[in-house]
Design a protein around this ligand. Structure first.
Ligand code: B12
Length: 330
């Protein structure tokens, strides 16, 4: 497609993409101009890495430059638009979840979102390609060096809150993000102002004080990092808090007023319903997992990410400290 498509065509394509996104079950969609690189957000990212806040997630520091923009071989040459999508995962009846599931962060209680969000992104990408000849479109969900929250904020999908999470007005922060980077020119949306105001509930509510300053997370202190990404022992000072949060952590979301006031669940959130197995799973069962039994136990679940060593470590610590680390994820 030729450069600088007429405005009415860009508008029509943007409208069509948004309508299809809703039909495919996305709860929010926004469009960002892909041609301008990220400046301030990239600087925040560089500082995050320079401060060592990424801990031992070495991959987060690799190919740093790739994250500045999307119009290159690392993402998609000739990219013109980034379609940013959000999928809500908070279920209204989650207080009835089994006790074991409540020790798991909400996003991870059901099926691995990478699979079902990617499936929807692929369908939407096919639609985007069908809109104009020679259009390329690349679906992305956590599988490319892209600052997803920064692009979502530019696309006006929401704003980055003091807890670092993308907060979508009306939906809150319990949303997962996905993108389609495309060579198609689409009318871009405007960013919206940050709305946290003087509220500091997330910063104050973090059990391990993982926020050195608003908007910035020191992952090395974050229970999500320690229980999912970190390999090896969990430092003793953080272990009591793993008791009630065996995999991931929602503490900085639980206290956020934007989640308390988010609108009633309308979307089909069935992929996020707890795995039936969690109804009868205990921490003892997890501690007893072996290399042989782990794959069948964690297959298709986000829990797979922690590996058998991570899960058995978490279960051991959670059993030791259950009841002493504050409220659960539920
Ligand atoms: C690495 C990673 C983690 C790490 C590190 C988190 C972090 N804060 O960087 C760990 C394991 C700790 C983690 C935890 C969680 N994660 Co995570 N994670 C990622 C991943 C793969 C990369 C994030 C990254 O690049 N970090 C580097 C930092 C510097 O970039 P950033 O977080 O995007 O920060 C931007 C803004 O905060 C802003 N910014 C930074 N400083 C400042 C300062 C000011 C003043 C301002 C205005 C802005 C600003 O600029 C930054 C650059 O864009 C993304 C997917 C992706 N590719 O983006 C998912 C992602 C961010 N994670 C996600 C989720 C759901 C979680 C958890 C809620 C899971 C859980 N319940 O346990 C927690 C939340 C913890 C938290 N409060 O951030 C979702 C977030 C959805 C949302 N609504 O925002 C994402 C987008 C995955 C997805 N596809 O949906 N995660």
């Amino acid at each position: 497609m030729a450069d600088d498509a007429p405005q009415d065509l860009r508008d029509a394509h943007a409208r069509a993409v948004k309508q299809k996104a809703a039909e495919f079950g996305f709860d929010a969609v926004g469009i960002a101009d892909a041609r301008a690189p990220l400046d301030q957000d990239f600087a925040h990212y560089e500082r995050f890495v320079a401060d060592g806040f990424h801990g031992d997630m070495a991959w987060l520091a690799e190919n740093a430059e790739t994250r500045r923009s999307v119009d290159h071989a690392g993402i998609l040459p000739r990219a013109k638009s980034v379609i940013c999508l959000a999928r809500r995962y908070k279920r209204n009846d989650d207080e009835r979840d089994p006790e074991f599931a409540k020790k798991i962060a909400r996003y991870a209680r059901g099926r691995d979102y990478h699979n079902h969000v990617r499936r929807k992104l692929r369908q939407l990408s096919a639609f985007v390609r069908s809109l104009a000849p020679d259009t390329n479109a690349r679906p992305i969900v956590d599988d490319a060096p892209l600052l997803e929250r920064a692009w979502a904020a530019r696309a006006g999908l929401g704003f980055v809150g003091k807890n670092g999470l993308l907060i979508v007005p009306g939906l809150g922060s319990y949303v997962l993000l996905g993108e389609i980077v495309t060579t198609l020119e689409l009318t871009a949306d405007s960013a919206i102002p940050e709305r946290c105001g003087s509220c500091t509930r997330c910063l104050d509510g973090c059990p391990t004080q993982a926020f050195p300053r608003p908007f910035v997370l020191d992952a090395r202190r974050c229970l999500a990092y320690l229980t999912i990404e970190h390999r090896g022992d969990i430092p003793e000072e953080f272990q009591p808090f793993v008791g009630e949060r065996f995999f991931g952590c929602d503490a900085c979301q639980e206290v956020c007023p934007f989640n308390a006031s988010s609108r009633p669940q309308t979307a089909n959130t069935s992929p996020f319903e707890p795995h039936p197995r969690w109804a009868s799973t205990t921490l003892e069962d997890v501690e007893a997992l072996t290399e042989t039994t782990f794959p069948a136990f964690a297959e298709g679940s986000p829990l797979y990410r922690a590996g058998v060593e991570g899960l058995t470590r978490n279960a051991r610590i959670a059993r030791k400290f259950s009841g002493s680390g504050g409220s659960s994820n539920g």
